[in-house]
Design a protein. Structure first.
Length: 270
């Protein structure tokens, strides 16, 4: 490991992984981060991403990144291809940095222009020995720490112009209906959809909206979870600005038997 860089520019580093907290992996990564950049402020975004769920990790980053100060380094490790030929990358976009595997994890924050990416190949900015099974410790954590300490992105490796992207679930207008799909379910069993609130006006009418998922017509949208009847599936605009399906005092995922990929339809009521 290199000697410590100047930490006068130290920044926040967030950590997003599918490691959970049973094993010492997260703590080991924090040890590497603090060994290189001891003044870094570490924030656990989540370590409960479902194992190998790249899309779920990407959604967590998309939801959280805008709420951190400029210069924040988001270190994300959801990496089913660890040890393979997949690249390790770092990205600068929107005033912050992303560090992790090039497997589509950064899809939601790489849309549009204005980003710069590099492949993490410079030996000076990784550990001296790189395991085939723990790039979070040996490659990603060192890169994130050096970025937080003020090392320019371009010193970490050569430019990347074609980062891997997942298929982004969308929302389309079809025969007078907005058609989207369930992206994910949160800890409460709420179903997060791909339908943005900004598009609801395309099908709104005097009688409100009708929302259907898994063959069920749902109540709403309501303005607060408390407005849903106990045990009744309803619809709300969630904190990410997307349409969300919930069951007050229950789980929409379990009650509706709907999960990722389930089709959601919104049309004018009446």
């Amino acid at each position: 490991m290199r000697g410590r860089e100047d930490t006068s520019m130290s920044r926040v580093i967030t950590l997003t992984t599918d490691f959970g907290l049973r094993d010492p992996f997260v703590g080991i990564m924090k040890g590497v981060l603090l060994s290189i950049c001891p003044s870094a402020r570490l924030v656990d975004l989540t370590h409960d991403v479902e194992p190998q769920d790249v899309l779920g990790g990407g959604l967590a980053l998309e939801a959280a990144a805008p709420y951190f100060p400029p210069g924040t380094v988001h270190l994300a490790v959801v990496d089913p291809g660890v040890g393979s030929a997949r690249r390790a990358i770092a990205v600068r976009t929107g005033g912050y940095y992303l560090v992790g595997p090039d497997n589509g994890l950064f899809t939601f924050v790489l849309e549009g222009d204005g980003w710069t990416a590099v492949s993490l190949t410079a030996p000076a900015y990784r550990l001296a020995e790189v395991s085939r099974t723990f790039h979070g410790r040996d490659v990603f954590a060192p890169a994130a720490a050096y970025l937080a300490a003020g090392v320019p992105l371009e010193r970490l490796g050569p430019p990347v112009s074609d980062p891997a992207l997942l298929r982004r679930p969308g929302c389309r207008l079809e025969s007078g209906e907005l058609v989207g799909e369930v992206l994910d379910a949160d800890r409460f069993g709420n179903l997060i959809t791909s339908i943005p609130a900004a598009r609801l006006g395309e099908v709104a009418g005097p009688g409100g909206l009708a929302v259907e998922v898994a063959g069920r017509r749902l109540r709403g949208p309501v303005s607060a979870y408390a407005e849903g009847g106990v045990g009744e599936a309803a619809v709300i605009v969630g904190s990410t600005g997307r349409l969300e399906i919930f069951v007050r005092a229950g789980s929409a995922r379990d009650d509706l038997g709907a999960g990722r990929g389930a089709i959601v339809r919104v049309r004018r009521a009446g």
